[in-house]
Design a protein around this ligand. Structure first.
Ligand SMILES: Nc1nc2c(ncn2[C@@H]2O[C@H](COP(=O)(O)OP(=O)(O)OP(=O)(O)O)[C@@H](O)[C@H]2O)c(=O)[nH]1
Ligand SMILES: [Mg+2]
Length: 332
């Protein structure tokens, strides 16, 4: 079985440098390593690559021949690579016996959350060559210094994870430069653990560009006034809201526990469906209540004929004795 990494990330996030450093590290600890350059725009490679996409197709040729810009050209190159996957397969086969593989991909992020060609290339290699690959997604650590950019990096990481459907590690690159961007609003573990993003709200409000979108939650501010003199670089203190008994215990658990919770909720959902009048139920959702419980919300669609006088969406929350909330939505 052959193991390796698919190294991706926005332009200039350090993919090629990472592949170079990782290959040196692996060599030093006695592992045979092969770096495969799949970026047809990688002009000067700092490592000796075992396979180079430029032997198959060059971005400059594509741009010239097809009158494409660099972005369209890269999509074309990935498409071409997918169609010629046998070429890549034949180049990789001699390495499969004992090498660890590092794939250096282009920095055009749309290739990894929007288009399917790069994903198809990776999936075909996994299937044909029985590879075990992990995605290493590099994001420049300086994005932590700006709350809006940090959220955008998280969204990018999330869409990439969902699109590629592989084992995935997000890495903050260029961490040695982080101090040059000033003090972070929170400790580094806030950013690496992706803790409660609502703590970023007041920092977004201080940003002249973000503040115009009014992220501020006024009620929360009334509940919890900003403490004068509190250190801006301390781990966020728990909001009054979260220290109350409404703290969701599942928020600190791992994915393994989460599947147990889902099974539990599915059982509750089936119990609700087995009750009388269940044919009227459109779907059942769950919310976490202040009494440490997952409360079902039953959504029923009203019959249009009976409810003609109520145009538009009509939401009613009824508290049942067994703490079930029902939400009716008019069919438009
Ligand atoms: N200070 C610092 N610089 C880095 C680090 N990693 C990469 N760089 C620099 O960042 C620049 C871009 O690095 P690359 O490795 O070419 O980035 P890339 O993601 O491969 O770029 P593209 O292939 O163009 O998308 C180079 O000047 C690197 O020397 C790091 O950890 N610290
Ligand atoms: Mg590169």
């Amino acid at each position: 079985m052959v193991f390796g990494q698919v190294v991706i990330g926005p332009p200039g996030s350090g993919k090629t440098t990472y592949c170079n450093g990782m290959s040196q590290f692996l060599s030093l600890i006695g592992r045979k390593v092969a770096v495969i350059n799949l970026d047809p725009a990688n002009d000067s490679l700092p490592y000796d690559c075992a396979v180079n996409i430029e032997d198959l197709i060059k971005l400059s040729d594509v741009m010239m021949e097809h009158s494409l810009g660099p972005n369209g050209g890269l999509v074309y190159c990935m498409d071409y690579l997918e169609k010629n996957i046998d070429w890549l397969q034949s180049k990789l086969e001699p390495l499969l016996k004992d090498h660890y593989l590092l794939f250096d991909f282009p920095g055009q992020v749309e290739l990894f959350f929007l288009h399917s060609n790069a994903k198809n290339v990776i999936m075909k290699l996994i299937k044909k060559l029985n590879l075990r690959l992990t995605v290493v997604h590099l994001v420049d650590a300086h994005l932590c210094s700006d709350p809006g950019k940090y959220i955008s990096a998280l969204l990018l990481s999330l869409s990439t994870m969902l699109h590629l459907e592989l084992a995935h590690i997000n890495v903050l690159s260029k961490i040695d430069l982080i101090e040059s961007y000033g003090k972070l609003a929170f400790n580094l573990d806030f950013y690496t653990d992706v803790q409660n993003l609502s703590y970023l709200q007041r920092h977004l409000d201080q940003d002249p560009r973000a503040s115009k979108y009014s992220f501020h939650h006024h009620q929360e501010e009334e509940d919890e006034p900003l403490q004068q003199g509190s250190s801006p670089c301390s781990t966020p203190r728990k909001s009054r809201k979260s220290t109350k008994d409404s703290k969701n215990p599942y928020s600190t658990r791992g994915l393994d526990k989460f599947s147990a919770l889902l099974a539990d909720l599915e059982e509750k959902r089936q119990q609700i469906y087995s009750q009388v009048d269940s044919q009227d139920i459109s779907f059942v959702r769950f919310v976490y209540s202040s009494s440490n419980d997952c409360v079902p919300i039953i959504v029923k669609l009203k019959d249009q004929n009976k409810q003609d006088q109520n145009k538009g969406i009509d939401l009613k929350m009824n508290q049942e004795p067994h703490k079930t909330q029902k939400l009716w939505i008019n069919r438009q």
